[in-house]
Ligand binder design. Structure first.
Ligand code: LFR
Length: 492
């Protein structure tokens, strides 16, 4: 049985995971893990794309030295970010990071030209200030010189695939996150693109996850001493891959992909594009096999990660388990934040911003790290309940529990508190959701796995799922009402 390789790039690190499928069980081995540190230059925040490409090649070399006979590779990453390729095939500049401040206020400005209702009706995508559409709008306003030389628009995995294969394709799951793709016509929305004043020719052929997207090009084969390994388009938006790997056995299920971001929702066959979905800012992102993810972005563990970075800058280092331990000892339900408050989006002094939020909303101000982390984690758990309830309403389904996948499941306190807040069980696992979904789509494409449901069953049989049963439900229920009041979260 041949081996396959998944590259899964997250906002703070990337990894190369070797997958084997033997007798209906998957085994994985992390061959390479590397940091993905964004680089601030002046006012701009960039991804170090060429370093990521270098690390991908290191992953391929490690696979070779490991004796792996790769039958294919696939790449997934975060969404919305992109770069331009010139007519001569060269990369124009470094891709900007979606947390760059260039898009601040741009969404509202664009609405004056193209009404929000129309953008939502055309794309079904939630309004996030960093969506590609607002990034491009900001570039246009700033007269970015790259626009004059651009010939092709490629997103992060598209770019890396292009470096490997020499072929320029876009990919469906990621394309939908631009807010420039029309899920009804199943094409780039040429009219929306034209109204932004951009050439529709930049936007190329969109491959379905599972399509063969080329092979390692001769220069790469020569450099690495490997063969013409096939490269597949997978669900290249990491959340799309993570949802492929949710070990659900029934069609109707709710998931939380928990990492830097928390993405909570359900999988549906047709996008739900109506007034309610727009008002509650739900999205319909494209997935594997023509499915859609009805979900909401929740700011997630980012706030906690940034607190840790800030304390480190101040010379106080805490490990994640240490911080979670301190949170466990702090007083419960002392104060809450709305994790999706815009003040938490950009990198910076997060402990201060959490305190500011509590001052602004007239609450007790958390001072100690344990108090701050407790406030963040309880608020996340309550936000999960809120978004799960809204998902049920919009989709017309009822969920008996919540599947949690992604690195966030290592935070067992968060898993338990989520179960408490929901008053429903949480089923946590697998942690490497995106990489497993990436591998699964490659196996489906090669005919090794029949379909997504067989993939989910195999994943369930191969990796442990931990059950968290709700505890102290009455106290959490009571606190949830206060959370809704303080944060002004919509419960209807
Ligand atoms: C998660 C994720 C989210 C997307 C955000 C920014 O890693 O891909 O789905 O909204 O990153 O791209």
């Amino acid at each position: 049985m041949s081996d396959i390789l998944a590259f899964d790039l997250g906002a703070s690190s990337g990894r190369a995971i070797l997958g084997k499928l033997v007798n209906g069980k998957i085994t994985t081995e992390e061959l390479h893990r590397f940091p993905n540190d964004p680089v601030q230059v002046g006012d701009r925040l960039y991804w170090d794309l060429l370093r990521l490409y270098h690390e991908i090649k290191q992953g391929l070399l490690k696979a070779k030295h490991n004796g792996a006979e790769l039958s294919s590779i696939g790449i997934d990453s975060w969404a919305v970010d992109y770069g331009f390729i010139a007519e001569d095939g060269s990369l124009l500049g470094n891709p900007l990071h979606y947390r760059d401040r260039a898009t601040e206020g741009k969404m509202e400005q664009l609405f004056a030209e193209i009404p929000a209702e129309e953008i939502f009706a055309r794309t079904g995508i939630q309004f996030l200030t960093f969506n590609t559409i607002y990034q491009l709008y900001a570039r246009k306003q700033n007269q970015s010189p790259e626009l004059g030389a651009a010939a092709h628009f490629l997103m992060i995995p598209d770019l890396l695939r292009y470096f490997l294969t020499g072929e320029k394709y876009n990919e469906f799951s990621n394309a939908t996150t631009t807010q420039l793709y029309n899920p009804t016509t199943r094409q780039w929305d040429a009219e929306l693109i034209a109204r932004l004043g951009l050439p529709v020719e930049w936007f190329g052929e969109v491959l379905e996850p599972g399509a063969l997207a080329g092979r390692l090009q001769p220069s790469v084969q020569e450099e690495l001493g490997v063969g013409p390994i096939p490269v597949y388009a997978v669900a290249e938006h990491d959340t799309g891959s993570a949802v492929v790997a949710v070990p659900a056995l029934e069609k109707s299920f709710a998931y939380l992909s928990c990492g830097t971001w928390s993405l909570l929702g359900t999988e549906i066959d047709q996008p739900i594009i109506n007034e309610e979905a727009q008002r509650l800012n739900f999205t319909n992102e494209g997935g594997f096999g023509g499915t859609f993810r009805l979900l909401k972005n929740i700011m997630g563990l980012w706030i906690l990660q940034e607190c840790r970075r800030e304390w480190e800058r101040e010379g106080k280092s805490y490990s994640f388990p240490e911080l979670v331990g301190l949170a466990g000892e702090a007083k419960s339900f002392a104060s809450f934040i709305n994790p999706d408050d815009p003040s938490f989006l950009a990198p910076g002094d997060m402990p201060e911003r959490v305190k500011d939020y509590c001052v602004r909303t007239g609450q007790a101000v958390p001072e100690q790290p344990g108090e701050i982390i407790r406030c963040i984690l309880e608020s996340l758990a309550f936000t999960y309940r809120n978004v799960l309830e809204l998902t049920e309403r919009i989709s017309g389904q009822t969920f008996s529990g919540l599947h949690m996948v992604g690195g966030g499941i290592h935070n067992t306190l968060l898993c338990q508190w989520t179960a408490n807040a929901l008053g429903k069980p949480v089923w946590a696992g697998p942690a490497e959701g995106s990489a497993l979904g990436n591998l699964a789509v490659q196996w489906i494409a090669q005919g090794e796995i029949q379909d997504i449901w067989e993939a989910r069953r195999i994943i369930r049989d191969s990796f442990p799922v931990t059950d968290y049963k709700p505890e102290d439900v009455a106290a959490w229920d009571d606190a949830y009402r206060r959370f809704l009041q303080v944060t002004g979260s919509s419960s209807n």
